[in-house]
Write a protein that binds this ligand. Structure first.
Ligand code: FES
Length: 95
């Protein structure tokens, strides 16, 4: 489920690996993390399979997948890093 509006760059902190990366507009969290050499599981890369589901430690996701229910989105516990982004300037993930 895509949302309207241009993407903005944001930082993603990988809490367990102690790294912080910048996700540019038009680039996914998944690809940014993989480019940095961090191994993550994924399959569809389109927000439909649920393979890349990642726990959120802090901040609010901009959900763009078609996997999570409205209740799951509202809980703010996980996001699909292949398509979803961040509503603010920084997102902290459990990876
Ligand atoms: S890889 Fe399929 S939902 Fe992200």
């Amino acid at each position: 489920m895509k949302q309207d509006g241009p993407d903005h760059a944001f930082e993603v902190e990988l809490r367990r690996s102690g790294r912080t990366l910048t996700v540019p507009p038009g680039r996914s969290i998944l690809h940014t993390v993989r480019d940095a050499g961090v191994e993550v599981l994924y399959s569809c890369a389109e927000g439909t399979c649920g393979t890349c589901e990642t726990d959120i430690v802090e901040d609010t996701a901009d959900h763009r997948d078609s996997v999570l229910t409205a209740e799951e989105r509202a809980s703010g516990e996980t996001l699909m890093i292949c398509v979803s982004r961040c509503r603010g300037p920084r997102l902290v993930l459990d990876m």
